[in-house]
Design a binder for this molecule. Structure first.
Ligand code: HEC
Ligand code: HEC
Length: 307
C-alpha cells in the first residue's frame, strides 16, 4: 500500500528558510469558498428580490408576486384566467393557444371557442372525444374533463381568457353563465328524493359519473386513459384497490386536494398531461362521502393484498 508519508516532506529537508509552520491554504478550500460564494450569490439573486421588503419566498420578482395579488374587477379576472389556463390547459393547448401536433388542437382562431357558452363549457366539463374539425383541420383525439374540478369562478375566468386572448374576440363568460351551463349539462340528474332511496354505493356511482371521473379513470374506475410518462405504467390509475391504501377520511382528503404534479416514469421525460384535479369545493361533502363508499366497493371480493 502506498503511503503518503513516504514522500519527502516539503519543509523539513530541502528548504530550511521556508516558514515551516505556516502551510499555504490548500487550493481546494479556495475553490470551495468560491463555489459557496457563487451559489450564495445566485440564491440571493433568485430569492431575495434584491432587498425589496415587499417580496418574500417563494416569489423572486415583483411581477411574479403581482400576478397573485388581489386586483380590482376586470384585471383580477383576467389575471386569474391566465393563471388557470397556464396551470390546467396550457400544457396541451400551449401558452400561445396554438395547440400541439398530436396532443391538442389550437384554441386561437377556433370556432369551438366562439360557440355559445353551454357548448363551449361542455368541453372542459364533460370532455370531448373523437373526430372534430378546428379551423378547417381534422383532429381525432380525446380530451378528459380537465375543467370539471374547477370552481365556477375559475372556469368562467379561463373561458373568458381563451375567448379574448391570441386575437380571439368573443364575449366574456361570467360565473353565473358557468353555473347555468353546469346545470344544463347535468340535465336529468335524479331528484333529491330519488337519491335518498339509493344506497351510498349507488349514489357514489352516480357521482362518479356526474363529475366525469370515468373519463380519466375508466369505466367504473377499472383502469384509466393513457398518461404519457406517468410513473403509474403511463396510465391514469385504476381505483379498484384504493381500499388498501386509504381510510375514508384520507381518501376524501386526497380527492379534495387532487395531485397537480404526477410522478414521472422517466424523470427527464415530459410532464404527464393528465393530473388529478382538485375536487374540494366542487364535489359537495355528501357526494364526497358517497364517492368514497363507491370506490371502496370496487375492491374485488375475497381479494386481499398482503404486504
Ligand atoms: C391533456 C391535454 C389537454 C388539456 C390539459 C386540455 N385539453 Fe382541451 N383538448 C384536448 C384535445 C386532445 C382536444 C381535441 C379532442 C378531440 O379530438 O375530440 C381538445 C379540445 C378542446 C376544445 C375544442 C377544440 C378546439 O381546439 O377549440 C376546447 C375549446 C378545449 N379543448 C378547451 C380546453 C380548456 C379550456 C382546457 C383547460 C380547462 C383544456 N382544453 C385542457 C386536450 C387537452
Ligand atoms: C383529468 C383526469 C382525472 C380526472 C377527471 C379524475 N382523476 Fe383521479 N387521478 C388522476 C390521476 C392522473 C391520478 C394519479 C395521481 C398520481 O399518480 O399521483 C389520479 C388519482 C386518483 C386517486 C388516487 C389513486 C391511488 O391509487 O392513490 C383517486 C382516489 C382518484 N384519482 C379519484 C378520482 C375521483 C373520485 C374523480 C372524480 C371526482 C377523479 N379521480 C377524476 C386523474 C384524474
Amino acid at each position: 500500500m502506498p503511503d503518503m508519508n513516504d514522500e519527502p516532506s516539503c519543509c523539513q529537508s530541502s528548504n530550511p528558510e521556508a516558514t515551516a509552520t505556516k502551510a499555504a491554504v490548500p487550493v481546494w478550500i479556495i475553490v470551495f469558498m468560491l463555489v459557496v460564494l457563487f451559489i450564495g450569490g445566485w440564491y440571493f439573486d433568485q430569492h431575495s428580490g434584491w432587498g425589496d421588503k415587499n417580496l418574500y419566498a417563494p416569489y423572486s420578482s415583483a411581477e411574479q408576486l403581482a400576478a397573485f395579488q388581489p386586483q380590482s374587477g376586470d384585471a383580477a379576472f383576467a389575471a386569474k384566467g391566465k393563471a388557470v389556463y397556464e396551470s390546467v390547459c396550457g400544457i396541451c393547448h400551449s401558452s400561445d393557444g396554438l395547440g400541439k401536433a398530436g396532443q391538442a388542437p389550437p384554441l386561437a382562431g377556433s370556432e369551438w371557442v366562439a360557440k355559445d357558452v353551454i357548448s363551449l363549457a361542455r368541453v372542459p366539463l364533460v370532455g370531448l372525444n373523437g373526430p372534430i374539425q378546428v379551423a378547417g383541420h381534422d383532429w381525432n383525439l380525446a380530451m378528459a374533463p380537465m375543467g370539471a374540478g374547477l370552481s365556477d369562478a375559475d372556469l368562467a375566468a379561463v373561458l373568458t381568457y381563451i375567448r379574448t386572448a391570441w386575437g380571439n374576440k368573443s364575449n366574456p363568460v361570467s360565473e353565473v353563465d358557468v353555473k347555468a351551463a353546469r346545470a344544463a349539462i347535468s340535465g336529468n340528474q335524479p331528484s333529491a328524493a330519488d337519491l335518498a332511496k339509493l344506497t351510498p354505493v349507488e349514489r357514489g356511482h352516480l357521482v362518479f359519473k356526474k363529475y366525469g371521473c370515468f373519463n380519466c379513470h375508466g369505466e367504473d374506475g377499472k383502469g384509466g386513459v393513457t398518461n404519457l410518462n406517468a410513473k403509474t405504467a403511463e396510465l391514469v390509475p385504476s381505483l379498484i384497490y384504493v381500499a388498501d391504501g386509504y381510510n375514508k377520511a384520507e381518501l376524501i382528503a386526497f380527492i379534495s386536494r387532487g395531485e397537480r404534479v404526477i410522478p414521472r416514469k422517466n424523470p427527464n421525460g415530459p410532464e404527464p398531461p393528465h393530473f388529478m384535479p382538485k375536487w374540494g369545493g366542487v364535489v359537495n361533502p355528501d357526494e364526497m362521502s358517497d364517492i368514497a363508499e363507491f370506490l371502496f366497493s370496487l375492491k374485488p371480493k375475497g381479494d386481499k393484498l398482503d404486504f
